[in-house]
Design a protein around this ligand. Structure first.
Ligand SMILES: NC(=O)c1ccc[n+]([C@@H]2O[C@H](COP(=O)([O-])OP(=O)(O)OC[C@H]3O[C@@H](n4cnc5c(N)ncnc54)[C@H](OP(=O)(O)O)[C@@H]3O)[C@@H](O)[C@H]2O)c1
Length: 300
């Protein structure tokens, strides 16, 4: 099968085409013919070698956490079923024509969604949802600071926090202020430019990291927690609590809930560009440049 692989760590140019054997599904796995794969910021981090000491990969290595496509075979789904999901983040395999996936990481794509939209959901959606539900178990009336609230993870965290009835203070770029308010943020501040002057936060959900987030974390209530998905550390000098890193887990049932919310128009998943799989290098350059306001999708 056709795949885009890395044979070494480096810049976007190390992504290259390869012809590899079709994966053999193990018990409990489903073989999926991939139609669309999302590019996540983590893909570039794995590509560059950021995680190589903690989680070395063997070469050739196929990147890509998020896929949508059609079932070829396997237990739990019928051949031809339209499915999507997040792959095991240590194994990946999305930048390819086929992948073997644990059946419980997959969900059916609702009829109302096309496959590129479904592929845009899993990692970002699961991270936002799980930070709110599993990470913090956010409660109605709690006040949470959410950084990067108009990003891919941030939008889903905002959605999940509002579903729980929390008050969300979004900390975003100046250009995102209006849009994030329209999406339901109760208050908005410009990250790095404005300080928070209201009542202290019960918790912080961070998708950005860095000193500006650390400065806002000073407004955390005693006993409050700082949950971060970002790899840029939050300086801890002035903080009374240590930020906790949150790692997303693939989960077909959670993915199905998110897809239902997208299919019924309760949350939008903007797609910035759809590119053919063999333009993965360009896709990585675009994601690393930032400012996309939506996912990049690779199609086979
Ligand atoms: N730990 C986990 O399990 C996990 C899972 C998923 C993602 N992540 C990580 O979470 C982070 C966010 O992922 P994502 O997919 O949501 O990325 P994204 O779609 O690029 O969203 C990031 C958002 O934060 C904004 N932003 C970045 N730097 C900022 C700053 N200094 N001030 C204000 N806003 C800023 C971005 O604006 P611009 O686009 O204008 O830069 C964008 O709106 C990434 O580091 C990713 O690797 C971790």
């Amino acid at each position: 099968m056709k795949a885009i692989v890395i044979n070494r760590h480096g810049g976007p140019e190390v992504l290259e085409p390869a012809d590899l054997p079709v994966p053999q599904p193990q018990p409990g796995q489903v073989l999926v013919r991939i139609a669309a794969a999302a590019v996540n910021p983590a893909d570039g981090k794995w590509r560059s070698g950021m995680f190589k000491d903690f989680a070395p990969v063997g070469f050739p290595h196929i990147l890509g956490y998020d896929i949508a496509g059609e079932v070829v075979g396997g237990k739990g789904f019928a051949p031809g079923d339209r499915v999507f999901g997040m792959l095991d983040p240590f194994l990946k395999g999305g930048y390819a024509e086929q992948v073997a996936v644990a059946a419980d990481h997959l969900a059916l794509v609702p009829d109302a969604l096309d496959l590129p939209t479904a592929a845009a959901i899993p990692t970002a959606g699961l991270t936002g949802l799980q930070m709110v539900e599993r990470g913090l178990n956010l409660q109605a009336g709690q006040r949470v600071l959410l950084t990067g609230a108009l990003g891919s993870v941030g939008r889903f965290a905002l959605f999940a926090a509002k579903e729980r009835g929390a008050d969300v203070i979004a900390a975003v770029r100046p250009a995102h202020v209006k849009q994030v308010r329209a999406l339901g943020a109760d208050d908005v501040i410009v990250l790095g430019e404005e300080d928070w002057t209201g009542a202290p936060f019960d918790h912080v959900i961070d998708t950005v990291g860095g000193a500006a987030v650390g400065a806002l974390c000073r407004h955390l209530k005693a006993g409050g927690r700082v949950l971060t998905a970002a790899t840029t550390p939050i300086p801890t000098d002035e903080l009374s609590v240590a930020p906790e890193f949150f790692a997303v887990q693939p989960d077909g049932a959670d993915a199905a809930r998110l897809a239902a919310a997208v299919a019924t128009g309760r949350i939008a998943v903007p797609i910035a560009r759809i590119l053919p799989l063999d333009q993965a290098t360009e896709a990585h350059r675009l994601v690393e440049a930032g400012g996309l306001n939506g996912k990049i999708i690779l199609t086979t």
